[in-house]
Design a binder for this molecule. Structure first.
Ligand SMILES: [Zn+2]
Length: 413
């Protein structure tokens, strides 16, 4: 059939997103659906039901990744894969991740109801624990699937209550039988909200990132000396929180000192014993460094590490540093990025080439096969917060771009 006229149904996409947003809904209009929580399970069950409704073969692998496969005319050819993630940040938004899964499902529904036969198989995917906010690191399951991370190491990662990722997978019934191991894949697309202000500022509908910045994560542990705050003079204190405060500001000024081309953030901190009348003696905080240039980010980290050691020595607060995770920058496949640009234009949408500052499963998929992403604007550039929002029109536009990128790519020999 003539497929160039095909369009997704915006109202159906909206309804699916709204239904998903009820699972883990927060009073302030966001979503709290942490990886491998009961809410995650509920959303997964619904997703699998929807896959079966359109005759897709659903499989779950040992990392809990969910795949829905539609055969191709030549079913031996490597498939085109596309998807994102269902989990959210604590008090996160209604679009991050889930738009890429529901947009992909809407494209699949459109292909199904129009009886379109593609040359290659199509595989929709929900990757487990993309956010990494309950179990670090992020993108862990595409990391295992692609061969970059070890499965058993991923299983052993614990949340703040000491629960293991592997056990939680089992608890919600999503430790599947299929090996979490890559198979030959022709291409991968991920549709996502931008999570930044660029598209909105430029008045563009579609973003075509040329790749993703590197993501380097560190954990810092400080040991101070606890004591009663009243009788203990200021001289000679070993206040772990004051040491951390200096370190946090050192991280904040790092990009300036490195002449830009990077961002650095401390976003999480635990202070112990966290009492108003005890000098803090145990502090843990995280450092996140991102850049298009991995070696620039590592040089920056070496500088920051020196600062940290100097501060710790001066304040008498012994320091332990864990280099938790490094995901290298991911330059996408140029042909596929161009296809996103061309497809958006053919469909009549304004489009903008850019880079992604946020990490995505597309980072690891880029190590397996030709990869590209499709972005739509985030209102006010806000994301990972409850007010995260994108217009329904833009949600529909991105799904149409995905649909036509899929049709073109899945008919390549
Ligand atoms: Zn996401």
């Amino acid at each position: 059939m003539e497929t160039s006229k095909l369009r997704v149904k915006g109202a159906r996409l909206r309804a699916s997103l709204e239904q998903m947003a009820q699972i883990g809904a927060t009073p302030a209009g966001g979503v709290h659906r942490l990886a491998l929580s009961d809410e995650d399970k509920q959303a997964r069950d619904l997703f699998v039901r929807w896959l079966k409704e359109i005759d897709l073969t659903a499989t779950v692998d040992e990392m809990g990744n969910i795949f829905g496969r539609r055969p191709g005319r030549n079913d031996q050819l490597p498939p085109v894969m596309f998807g994102s993630h269902i989990d959210s940040h604590p008090k996160g938004g209604r679009f991050d991740g889930i738009l890429g899964v529901m947009g992909a499902l809407e494209a699949m529904r459109t292909i199904h109801e129009n009886g379109v036969q593609t040359e290659r198989p199509l595989v929709i995917v929900d990757w487990t624990n993309e956010e990494g906010s309950r179990f670090a690191p992020a993108m862990v399951s595409s990391g295992v699937w692609s061969g970059a991370l070890e499965r058993d190491w991923a299983y052993s990662r614990t949340d703040i209550n000491g629960k293991k990722q592997g056990e939680e997978l089992e608890r919600i019934g999503y430790k599947g039988p299929a090996p979490a191991k890559k198979w030959p894949t022709h291409a991968y697309y991920e549709y996502h909200i931008e999570q930044g202000p660029t598209l909105e500022r430029l008045g563009k509908t579609i973003g075509a990132p040329k790749g993703i910045l590197c993501l380097h994560w560190y954990d810092v542990y400080l040991q101070g000396e606890a004591n009663q705050v009243g009788p203990t003079p200021m001289e000679g204190r070993h206040d772990a929180l004051c040491a951390a405060a200096e370190m946090i500001l050192a991280a904040n000024t790092l990009p300036d000192r490195m002449k830009g081309n990077m961002v650095a953030t401390v976003g999480e901190i635990q202070n112990g014993p966290n009492s108003r009348n005890i000098i803090p003696d145990k502090v843990h905080f995280t450092v996140d460094i991102r850049s298009w240039d991995d070696s620039h980010a590592i040089t920056a980290w070496e500088l920051l590490k020196k600062d940290f050691k100097e501060i710790a020595a001066r304040r008498g607060t012994p320091i332990r540093i864990e280099e938790t995770w490094r995901c290298p920058h991911a330059p996408f496949n140029e042909k596929l990025v161009q296809r996103v640009l061309d497809t958006a234009q053919q469909l009549g949408y304004s489009v903008h080439p850019m880079v992604s500052g946020a990490g995505h499963d597309a980072s690891y998929m880029n190590q397996v096969c030709a990869t590209a992403m499709i972005f739509v604007p985030s209102i006010g550039g806000r994301s990972h917060v409850e007010v995260e929002n994108t217009t329904w029109e833009d949600c529909e536009a991105g799904a149409n771009v995905l649909l036509h990128c899929l049709l073109t790519t899945a008919n390549e020999r």
